[in-house]
Design a protein. Structure first.
Length: 115
């Protein structure tokens, strides 16, 4: 399985950005796809996740601003980020967890929010 992330870039405060992650290979269910981020000097943290059944988890710091969705047929997961803040600046990584124990990471994509 490989994960290919795209959509990062430079955006002004308050602007939107959409990240996408496409998986290739055999994706067994149940699974969870999610987005994590890591800012300089910080640990990697969960931003949002969505199960193969559609259940979502979004951390409080982005709740109301970020939305996660997935297309199981296309094997993609999307993170729609609105009202971006400087503190959202980080490298964003997509992750796939199959059967609760097999983990795959995509390459990171840089998101920079300028004030």
């Amino acid at each position: 399985v490989q994960l290919q992330a795209s959509g990062g870039g430079l955006v002004q405060v308050g602007g939107p950005l959409r990240l996408s992650c496409a998986a290739s290979g055999s994706i067994f269910t149940p699974n969870v796809m999610g987005w994590y981020r890591q800012a300089p000097g910080n640990q990697r943290e969960l931003v949002a996740s969505i199960t193969s059944g559609g259940r979502t988890e979004i951390v409080d710091s982005v709740k109301g601003r970020f939305t996660i969705s997935r297309d199981n047929a296309q094997k993609t997961v999307t993170l729609q980020m609105n009202s971006l803040k400087p503190e959202d600046t980080a490298i964003y990584y997509c992750k796939l967890i199959i059967w609760g124990r097999i983990e795959y990471w995509g390459q990171g994509t840089q998101v920079t929010v300028s004030s």
